[in-house]
Design a protein around this ligand. Structure first.
Ligand code: GCU
Length: 515
């Protein structure tokens, strides 16, 4: 082997892995299977139970249960209102103590802890676009939240977020932060500059193929780009259920919205656990059993987004909400549960790991997450509850010290809407609507403690059954509504907005359309 030249060394220094090597750090680069296996080893687990699969057919050995008589193998939930000391919680001060206990259990066993050394995020505006959303003018700001990576420069985390505010608001506006892709919602098109763009385009095309000069001479009226007609009505994008997109509904009511890209914080897979924000705090090494999982990392990202919103004078930062659907519905619930600066939360079709009770045997189960694919959402310790053989024996979801009703209760007394659709339209049975309703029922005492209102039914989660589809239990600050659409929360958005406006004592402003 020849010795590396200076040029080669220079090139290696530029590359992150080489930097890590010089620091004596070799970043781990495993597949999800290898990472999962490593966590099993750390915990002394030799065998996990196979979980129900969403793809199994009825009768398959790994088919999910959809028989209500078998759905409650662990019928009794941990008592929300009893401290570990055995004392009953009757005051808000005691509830603060109880909340700390609940969070500690979720941190250690279910979601993982945010480490103490998470580096600082500095937000930077990368672009401002003046756009129109269904005829209303908005200002869209693209932002990057750069995470200081000086401790491990081979891992880069740049949080992507887009903030969209009504352009003509007379006062700071409430804002709903939504988990999803971060992009300009309706990029403005150049108008007056089209002649210049087309001339340059034609010149470039002729340069690439000189014979085009004749074509352009023969068809002088043809232009590569046609300017949009500013007077044409924008095509209305309604979803399958006939509802306008959430963004449009929010702007129409005079709110702003933010889209934040969770995968720019942490990848949605196990192989990514030594990268992203989790990997950065571990300097590229594998997680320990109580380190945070992706859901907690996404929630952390949303909190950093809120830090930024708190600096924007056009945002009414005491009325910022968080929203998400499906895996992002889980993340939205966790965000609100842990960060009390969020005034409201819309938890869309969140299922297992979200509003659904872990103790339920219906559709997706604890074992579905622990055995495969999506274990990275949770703390490593969560694997214990799907274990059949290990140094500590077997454990079940019934051994979990906490359950979903307690995660919901952490949001009290703030506005919390648990939202679902219906299986016939694609909001799968898999999500366990009834199990999520039971968790909502069992969370009610926390709201009452503050004098806030609940969904207005008894606390008996053993006997309470979901109300009919499209029944809004939204008279209080804890709320439930199962709409008649699919795997989305758009059909519930108008109810959410009206409910939040009512609670904020706000009237939607009359707005002037853009021209
Ligand atoms: C799968 C998974 C759910 C999740 C959903 C989604 O169905 O089992 O837990 O909520 O994907 O995020 O789309």
């Amino acid at each position: 082997m020849t010795r590396p030249t200076f040029a080669m060394l220079g090139a290696m220094m530029l590359c992150g892995t080489a930097f890590a090597a010089t620091q004596g750090i070799v970043p781990v680069n495993w597949t999800a299977e290898q990472d999962h296996q490593n966590m099993m080893q750390q915990l002394g687990i030799t065998k996990l139970r196979q979980g129900p699969s969403g793809n199994a057919k009825p009768g398959d050995p790994n088919a999910a249960n959809y028989d209500e008589s078998k759905a409650n193998p662990f019928p009794n939930l941990p008592d929300l209102m009893t401290l570990k000391s055995g004392a009953k919680v009757t005051t808000v001060a005691q509830w603060e103590q109880r909340k700390a206990e609940i969070k500690e259990d979720f941190d250690r066993e279910v979601l993982g802890r945010i480490p103490k050394n998470v580096p600082k995020v500095s937000w930077k505006v990368v672009g401002v676009d003046h756009e129109v959303i269904n005829r209303l003018p908005v200002t869209a700001t693209q932002l990057i939240g750069h995470v200081d990576n000086s401790a491990a420069p081979f891992i880069k985390v740049d949080i992507k977020m887009t903030m969209v505010l009504p352009a003509n608001a007379k006062a700071p506006v409430p804002v709903l932060m939504m988990f999803g892709g971060s992009a300009y919602p309706n990029p403005a098109q150049p108008r007056a500059d089209f002649e210049k763009i087309n001339a340059a385009m034609k010149a470039a095309m002729v340069k690439a193929d000189p014979s085009l000069a004749q074509v352009f001479k023969d068809y002088p009226g043809w232009q590569p780009f046609t300017p949009p007609n500013p007077f044409a009505a924008a095509p209305r994008q309604v979803n399958a259920d006939g509802d306008p997109p959430n963004q449009e509904q929010l702007i129409a009511d005079g709110w702003g919205f933010v889209s934040i890209d969770p995968t720019s914080v942490q990848a949605d897979n196990g192989a990514g656990l030594t990268k992203g924000i989790i990997g950065l705090t571990n300097k590229g090494q594998a997680r320990k059993p109580d380190d945070w999982g992706a859901l907690k990392a996404w929630a952390w990202g949303a909190s950093r987004g809120l830090d930024y919103l708190k600096t924007v004078k056009d945002v009414d930062s005491s009325h910022v909400g968080i929203e998400g659907v499906s895996r992002y519905g889980k993340a939205a619930l966790i965000t609100a549960a842990y960060d009390e600066r969020f005034y409201m939360v819309l938890v869309g079709s969140s299922g297992e790991g979200g509003a659904k009770l872990h103790r339920r045997n219906w559709g997706e189960a604890v074992e579905t997450l622990t055995a495969t694919g999506e274990y990275h959402w949770m703390a490593g310790n969560f694997l214990k509850y799907g274990t059949s053989e290990s140094k500590f024996g077997a454990m079940t979801p019934g051994d979990l010290p906490v359950d979903a009703h307690e995660l919901i209760a952490l949001c009290a007394p703030r506005l919390t809407l648990i939202s679902y659709g219906v299986p016939e339209k694609g909001d799968a049975n898999w999500l366990d609507h009834q199990g999520s309703y039971m968790a909502t029922v069992a969370a009610q005492p926390a709201w009452r403690l503050y004098g806030a209102k609940t969904i207005g039914v008894s606390d008996n989660y053993h006997t309470e059954r979901m109300p009919a589809v499209n029944t809004a239990l939204m008279d209080g600050q804890l709320a439930w509504r199962q709409h008649d659409g699919g795997h989305t929360d758009a059909p519930n958005m108008k109810y959410f907005i009206a409910w939040a406006d009512r609670n904020m004592g706000r009237k939607a402003p009359v707005q002037t359309a853009a021209n």
